[in-house]
Ligand binder design. Structure first.
Ligand SMILES: [Zn+2]
Length: 294
């Protein structure tokens, strides 16, 4: 299975005044101080930069739990699984689409997880400023350790610490998001790419867990009844893969199916040497219809 060749590591991109973060408390600009180790607004709300280079901009009131987002085990399972190349075709498709899009400044990954897809994009669009947010600190910390340049923050996709009309294009891969909030930060006529599960996604895995096939709901359900975005095009990627050895347990752990699998089913899946399954992605490209420029 093919894997990506990634560019050499260089220092994290500097956060400048025009493309920075807005304070999640009061909406004013967060300015770097102390050599970028702290970001502070004029109302003295301050946020420290982690040693890995990301900012934690998640306010206590936007956390629904002490450690919000996917569990650490889910995130680490997903990273191991993705790093073995099973979803490389999806990353390749997204990168190819990005390589031909007429965007020239900032690209946002909403729910960037541990940065797999952002890193793939960085390999083809090193001219873009990449921005990644995720509500899980573990995920953002892992993304920050990947060898690519991006502004990364622990942040809520329902209350983005980004300015209005500051993003050329955003994407959300299997991630929940707010259409109103995405529309606010994306420039007028800017783009939003959504990736969700197609009908046959992981059918070889779910066949071991459910008696009947379970229909998937993509994250476009958030947008289907909204006025903010217009669907430009849609396509599916369908492929059959053989998942081998410990990657089978990782695949189970990285999905919600883990919570639905009975202990005996989990045990059985762990004993398999190979699991053949379809992977099926639905990719939709939207355009922001809301002209929110003053
Ligand atoms: Zn503030």
């Amino acid at each position: 299975m093919s894997t990506f060749t990634y560019p050499e590591f260089t220092a994290k991109q500097a956060i400048t005044a025009n493309d920075g973060y807005r304070c999640p408390s009061c909406g004013n600009r967060l300015n770097p101080e102390n050599a970028g180790k702290t970001y502070r607004c004029l109302n003295n709300h301050s946020f420290d930069r982690a040693k890995e280079g990301y900012l934690n901009l998640l306010l206590a009131q936007h956390k629904r739990s002490r450690n919000p987002g996917d569990s650490d085990e889910m995130i680490r399972s997903r990273q191991r699984f993705l790093n073995r190349g099973y979803y490389d075709n999806l990353a390749l498709h997204i990168s190819q689409q990005l390589s031909s899009m007429a965007i020239n400044s900032r690209f946002l990954d909403i729910g960037c997880g541990e940065g797999f897809y952002l890193q793939a994009i960085s390999a083809v669009r090193d001219d873009l400023q990449l921005v990644g947010v995720d509500i899980s600190k573990t995920a953002v910390r892992l993304a920050a350790k990947r060898p690519f340049n991006a502004q990364l923050a622990v942040d809520s996709s329902f209350n983005l610490a980004l300015f209005d009309n500051s993003i050329d294009m955003a994407m959300a891969i299997f991630s929940p998001f707010s259409p109103a909030e995405a529309s606010r930060v994306i420039k007028p006529k800017g783009y939003l790419m959504l990736v969700g599960p197609g009908k046959q996604h992981l059918s070889g895995l779910t066949a071991h867990i459910y008696d009947q096939p379970v229909p998937h709901q993509g994250n476009h359900k958030f947008i289907d009844n909204s006025d903010e975005f217009r669907l430009l095009n849609e396509m599916d990627i369908l492929q059959t893969i053989d998942v081998e050895g410990s990657a089978i347990a990782d695949l189970l752990h990285m999905t919600p199916y883990y919570w639905h699998a009975k202990p005996a089913q989990q045990q059985y899946l762990r004993t398999l040497e190979r699991l053949t399954t379809d992977i099926h992605f639905n990719i939709r490209l939207y355009q922001n219809c809301v002209d929110s420029l003053p």
